[in-house]
Every structure is written in C-alpha cells, then in structure tokens.
Design a protein. Structure first.
Length: 261
C-alpha cells in the first residue's frame, strides 16, 4: 500500500482489458470461448503481474533500503503482499468478472425476440460462467502456483522480475514435460502425448484382426491413455494444488527475511 497508484493501476488496467476482450471476442469465438478465455486471461495474467510488483522495491538500492526501513516486521510486509495478491485480488476479480459476465449475458438476452424460432435454445445457450466448472477450477490451481512463484521470483530477480520469473517457469515446465515424455517413451514406446503428473497417451499398434472374430478391427488412429491410479492421482493433484503453493509462500517469506540482512 506504499504505492497505491501502481497497485490499483495494474488492477484497473487489467479490468479494462477484460471488458474490451469480452466485447470483441463474442462474435469471433462464441460465448463459451469468450467467457473461458477472458476469465482465464484476466485472472492469471493480472494476478501474476500484480504479485510480481509486490516486492519489486529491490529494483534499486534506494527503494530497497527505504522498503526495509519501514516500521513493520518482515511478517507484516510479507503478509501484506500475500493478502493483496492471493486473497484480495481473487475476491475483487471474481466479483468484477461476475458483474461483467452478467451485464453482457443480460444484454444478449434482452435483445432476443421471444417470437423468434429457437428462442428457448438461444436463451439457454448463453448463461453465466459458473465458478465451479472445469475451466474455473483449473484456473484456481494454476493461479495459486504461478502467483506464489511470482512472489518468490520478485525477491530473487531484482530487475524485470515478471519476465525473468515467467521464463524460469516456462523452462521448468518444458523440462518436466520433456523428462516425462522421455521416460514414457523408454517404458512404453509409441507415445503420443505425456503430460506431467497427469497421463500418458500411446498410439495403439497397427490394425490387426482380432482373434475372437474376423469382423473386429482396431482403427489406425486409436489412442490409449494411462493415468495414475486413484489414490496416487488424488495425491499428486493435492500436492500441486496445496503443497507446492505453500512451499513457495514459505520460500518467499524466508527470502524476504534474508533481504533484511
């Protein structure tokens, strides 16, 4: 809150971009695509940029020294950054997007002609984006990991923390994807896709006549998925959703404490 113009300016600019994207994309990719894309983009990008700005006081020695001499403890400084980027922004953004979504959907419904053919289908086809559907739930998980990563990155990179941390996250993800793919290729072969901590998709063997009957043949493009068993799959998802963000939050606090020395 030492720099309210920057903090609120980032949030306001992100909200304006969301409204413009929503207005322009409706006729291009449809309502479902527009709702999902604008929600994901505004939520993730806005939160990441805001969290990267929380600790960018260390971009210069003068700003860093002034920040460290504030009359508050390390825990209070860290807690302010955590609450702004991980709690307050989430609440404000969800309320804002719900209001924008309601306004556009209401506008669409009001311009439908009740006497028009397929009026009911058109009315039911466009509804508010539920915050419990798959896109929203996945966005929450990605948000928790990326925002906490930005908090850590802003304390390790003194300049251009947003860009450098983003590149580091991409490098880690690409490395995990490549490692997972290589291991799956060595174990199974014919691997079509291998997403870390999720699944391995394999191309089936060439078509052959089944032993049971000569009428059953396997199509050429058939792909089989291998997923983690239920207990291990739930465990890996829980680690990604809760354990990793918690570790990153603790790391950011420890790093901030180190900055004071």
């Amino acid at each position: 809150m030492e720099r309210p113009a920057q903090t609120f300016g980032v949030v306001l600019l992100n909200f304006i971009v969301i409204v413009l994207l929503y207005a322009f994309l409706r006729d291009i990719i449809g309502w479902d695509g527009t709702q999902n894309l604008t929600f994901f983009w505004g939520f993730i990008f806005g939160g990441c940029y805001l969290s990267a700005a929380m600790f960018n006081h260390f971009s210069s020695n003068a700003n860093g020294s002034a920040f460290l001499t504030l009359p508050c403890s390390t825990l209070e400084k860290w807690l302010c950054a955590f609450l702004i980027s991980c709690v307050l922004y989430v609440i404000v953004y969800l309320l804002f997007f719900k209001a924008v979504d309601f306004a556009f959907v209401r506008y669409y419904h009001s311009h439908l002609n009740p006497a028009e053919l397929h009026y009911t289908e058109k009315l039911e086809a466009v509804q508010l984006l539920p915050y419990t559907q798959k896109t929203a739930v996945t966005s929450y998980m990605i948000y928790a990991n990326l925002v906490t990563s930005m908090l850590v990155g802003s304390l390790y990179f003194n300049r251009l923390a947003f860009i450098k941390t983003g590149l580091a996250i991409c490098a880690v993800f690409v490395g995990m994807f490549a490692l997972n793919y290589l291991v799956a290729q060595m174990l199974f072969g014919q691997v079509d896709d291998a997403f870390p901590f999720s699944h391995v998709s394999m191309r089936m063997l060439s078509p052959g006549i089944s032993q049971e009957t000569a009428l059953m043949m396997r199509p050429r493009n058939e792909v089989g998925d291998i997923t983690l068993p239920s207990p291990y799959g739930e465990f890996s998802r829980s680690v990604i959703r809760f354990a990793v963000p918690a570790i990153l939050c603790i790391t950011s606090f420890v790093r901030l404490k180190e900055k004071e020395f």
